[in-house]
Design a protein around this ligand. Structure first.
Ligand SMILES: Nc1ncnc2c1ncn2[C@@H]1O[C@H](COP(=O)(O)OP(=O)(O)OP(=O)(O)O)[C@@H](O)[C@H]1O
Ligand SMILES: O=P(O)(O)OC[C@H]1O[C@H](OP(=O)(O)OP(=O)(O)O)[C@H](O)[C@@H]1O
Ligand SMILES: O=C(O)c1cccnc1
Length: 487
């Protein structure tokens, strides 16, 4: 991957410069990356984007060209600063939830610790990657949820906002349960199975549909999937496809499928199934496409559609109904001698108040059922005695308590970089898919359903909660005193 050092917002560079001028650029601090609300009103999000973030961080440096460009900027950065950029190498620690993890609002998906100079620089790119891919993986998981046994194909490259989005988006869809992609580059890069049918242009190129189908089957006898809706699905496309199916059968081959791309997909698929079965083509699968998403697929299934494979494009790859996840990257602690001092951001919107301190996330899992009770945000240095009952309480309505016994904890944030060096053994994409499947198995269906899922608890330990309350109180007091002095 080429260096994306300048794939950052200008204000990051300006803050880096100001820190450098101020002599504070090497002071260490901690940032959390998290989202505040679940997308698509889903009950969970599926973490994705870490692989691209690892590539980004592993290749991060300022090139001669980058420095030349910055030299011309209106800020007129000092030459010595530009030299420092040129010599700079990534040295921070990064902890992250592995891709495929189920994640929830307000818990860190990633924690970055290092000199402010560099943890500030990487905010933009990390958010860019995690925000987009987590969104697409979550959308894909919703689609997989309503079609657990069907074939799901990602068809969105032509409609994605740009090529990188198509590639990384299809990877995110695959890790969350899609079976294949139409994007051949994604196949080459990530080993995702590639699948394809043909377009209307293939049929239009010929004088008649039957000849076009025959020529296609001739060229790809083992991979023939015929698009049947160019002229008239029932009267022309299907009979012609059946004719080709029979011809293939005589040669010991199977017509793999037919694709319907318009009209009433439920009705047409049922007619198609009947016609194919009556012709003895019981193995031929029915593919459907056309502005599909989890809602249409659910409706089509409830109408008894005889569709085996769904080609999903635009609405998946662009996260059509919610185009942004809104994850943020907030400073939560700063180096203070040998210690970390928690920092907080208070907002007029209570939802936007940050949770101070250097924290990690544990999943509390019941030993008997192997299902998750809640996620627990704890201070990194805190130890939780799992032999004792654990008191979980709602971080806002604290009277709402739950006592958990016979549980174990899984730490979700894994070390990825230490001192700038990659220490994470990157799983391959198949392992990520498998891990994601196992993650789903840790949750009761109440949290997984697409419509009105139960809210999964994300709680704070007493220590984290108390630190937050103390800081809110101290800051409110400070402001009150300052106000008094001013008046
Ligand atoms: N039985 C059905 N129930 C609910 N939605 C359906 C059903 N059949 C098709 N759809 C959906 O309805 C929409 C149909 O869109 P529209 O009428 O614009 O196009 P079309 O029939 O696919 O034709 P074209 O592709 O030429 O625009 C698509 O989103 C499709 O997935
Ligand atoms: O509808 P989506 O979910 O985005 O899925 C991808 C769409 O892209 C293709 O149509 P397009 O009109 O681009 O080309 P084609 O019909 O000529 O293949 C395909 O036939 C699908 O309808
Ligand atoms: O293979 C297909 O049928 C396909 C691929 C991309 C977009 N639409 C359809």
């Amino acid at each position: 991957m080429e260096s994306l050092a300048l794939h950052t917002d200008k204000y990051q560079l300006n803050m880096m410069y100001a820190h450098w001028k101020n002599g504070t650029h090497l002071k260490k601090c901690v940032f959390d990356l998290y989202f505040r609300e679940l997308p698509f009103e889903n009950g969970f999000a599926v973490v994705a984007g870490l692989e691209q973030a690892i590539l980004y961080l592993s290749n991060l440096r300022f090139t001669e060209d980058d420095i030349r460009f910055l030299r011309e900027e209106e800020e007129q950065y000092d030459e010595a600063f530009l030299r420092a950029l040129k010599e700079w190498r990534f040295t921070s620690d990064v902890y992250a939830m592995p891709e495929g993890t189920l994640a929830f609002p307000n818990e860190p998906l990633m924690r970055v610790e290092g000199p402010i100079f560099e943890v500030q620089l990487i905010e933009t790119a990390l958010l860019n990657m995690i925000n987009y891919q987590t969104l697409i993986a979550t959308k894909a998981a919703r689609i997989r949820h309503i079609a657990p046994d069907d074939i799901l194909l990602e068809f969105g490259s032509r409609r994605a906002q740009e090529p990188e989005a198509a590639i990384w988006g299809t990877r995110a869809a695959y890790l969350a349960g899609f079976d294949a992609t139409s994007n051949v580059k994604a196949g080459q890069l990530f080993g995702i199975p590639c699948k394809g049918t043909h377009s209307h242009a293939w049929v239009q190129h010929f004088d008649d549909e039957l000849t076009s189908f025959r020529a296609f089957a001739e060229a790809l006898p083992d991979q023939t999937i015929l698009l049947v809706d160019t002229y008239n699905t029932i009267k022309s496309g299907l009979p012609h496809a059946i004719q080709i199916g029979k011809e293939l059968k005589k040669r010991g081959k199977t017509l793999q499928g037919i694709r319907i791309d318009s009209g009433d997909l439920a009705y047409l698929s049922k007619v198609a199934r009947k016609m194919l079965d009556e012709a003895g083509l019981t193995e031929t699968k029915i593919f459907a496409s056309s502005d599909l998403d989890e809602h249409t697929i659910l409706h089509l299934k409830s109408q008894g559609a005889a569709i085996d494979a769904w080609g999903v494009g635009t609405r998946l790859i662009t996260a059509y109904d919610q185009p942004a996840l809104g994850a943020v990257y907030k400073m939560v602690a700063i180096e203070d001698g040998e210690e970390w001092r928690p920092t907080i951001k208070i907002s007029s919107n209570p939802q936007k108040v940050t949770t101070p301190g250097r924290k990690t996330v544990y999943r509390v899992i019941d030993r008997k059922t192997q299902k998750a009770h809640a996620d627990l945000i704890a201070c990194v240095e805190e130890t939780i005695d799992t032999e004792k009952p654990l008191v979980l309480f709602h971080p806002v309505h604290t009277y709402r308590k739950k006592i958990v016994e016979n549980y174990y904890l899984e730490e979700l944030l894994q070390p990825i970089f230490r001192g700038g060096k990659l220490v994470y053994k990157r799983p391959n994409l198949e392992e990520v898919r498998e891990y994601h499947r196992k993650q789903l198995g840790q949750f009761w269906e109440e949290y997984l359903r697409n419509l009105n899922p139960q809210e999964y608890p994300v709680d704070l330990t007493e220590k984290v909660w108390q630190t937050k309350q103390d800081m809110l109180y101290t800051i409110a007091e400070k402001i009150r005193k300052e106000e008094k002095n001013l008046s």
